[in-house]
Design a protein around this ligand. Structure first.
Ligand code: 13P
Length: 287
């Protein structure tokens, strides 16, 4: 199957009350593992690429070519979207679309609402001409470099009225409202704004996106899905599965030197991690 946009898979997920996983690409092994996991589970899947990983993996065209070639090699039959995660500018979104990405996120959430609506509209117009989908963000999703504790997050929740305006004026396909989730490991108890999530879902009618899907208790994931979340982003949990496997292997085999000896088990660990998430999100068998 060729790459598709996220639109149909997310609308179907919202209607069926499950979520499609976005799993971030870190390298070749992550890409192989995620595609194989989706095929094994017969699940639609979104491959996310965040900006710092573009130069790391050799540029947008390399990534797009790698994904397409692996899909052909493994005869992947499930719907796959290749999505730019947290695109920071109009330019990077256009460059991703030009390189063959089928979806982009324009993250102008750190700008004021007018600016966010302006740039999101321009990206959406361009993406839709190409049949690609667009995700926007409102509020602030913190984590990693942001040294904020979870309890401070409530003040940065997305405002429902802003979400309605952004949805109406830009024509985006899905929306990531910041509601207390963070990227990377949680410091303290996660505190997600489910009531606000339900309200934004009801008022906008859009599939909602939950960033920072790692480290959340299963019940919170399920509650997010029943509150209108149709896309859940996961990276850290897969990175941890990968690195723990490599660490154990190298501790047990200090003289090992062939990368395949630790990267093959690492790839299997990533695949198992992704398959477990797909089952939790309810997207297994929904291809
Ligand atoms: P985690 O790394 O916390 O799973 O978050 C991933 C993410 O939201 C990517 O946009």
């Amino acid at each position: 199957m060729t790459l598709v946009s996220m639109t149909a898979m997310l609308n179907k997920a919202l209607e069926g009350r499950y979520a499609v996983g976005q799993f971030n690409l870190n390298n070749l092994e992550f890409t192989q593992a995620i595609l194989l996991a989706a095929e094994a589970e017969q699940a639609p899947v979104i491959l996310g690429v965040s900006e710092p990983y573009i130069p790391y993996m050799g540029g947008l065209k390399t990534i797009s070519g790698m994904v397409r070639s692996l899909m052909e090699h493994y005869r992947i039959s499930v719907p796959v979207a290749l999505h730019l995660d947290h695109g920071s500018t109009y330019d990077v979104c256009i460059r991703a679309l030009h390189a063959g990405f089928t979806s982009v996120m324009i993250d102008a959430s750190h700008h004021d609402l007018e600016h966010n609506i302006g740039v999101t509209s321009r990206v959406t117009q361009a993406a839709h001409v190409l049949g690609a989908s667009v995700e926007a963000e409102l509020g602030r999703i913190t984590g990693r470099e942001d040294d904020l504790v979870v309890d401070e997050a409530e003040g940065m929740y997305a405002v429902s009225e802003d979400c309605v305006r952004l949805a109406r004026e830009t024509g985006v396909d899905c929306l990531a409202p910041a509601l207390g989730s963070v990227h990377g490991p949680y410091r303290g108890q996660p505190k997600l704004g489910f009531k606000r999530m339900e309200e934004i879902s009801r008022l906008t009618g859009l599939p909602l996106v939950l960033h920072g899907g790692s480290g959340l208790p299963d019940e919170e994931i399920l509650q997010a899905i029943s509150s209108g979340t149709a896309k859940i982003n996961v990276n850290t949990d897969n990175q941890m599965a990968c690195t723990a496997t490599i660490r154990t292997y190298l501790q047990e085999h200090p003289n090992a030197y062939d990368p395949r000896n630790y990267l093959i088990p690492a790839r299997e660990a990533i695949q198992a991690s992704v398959q477990a998430k797909i089952r939790l999100f309810g997207s297994a068998g929904k291809a």
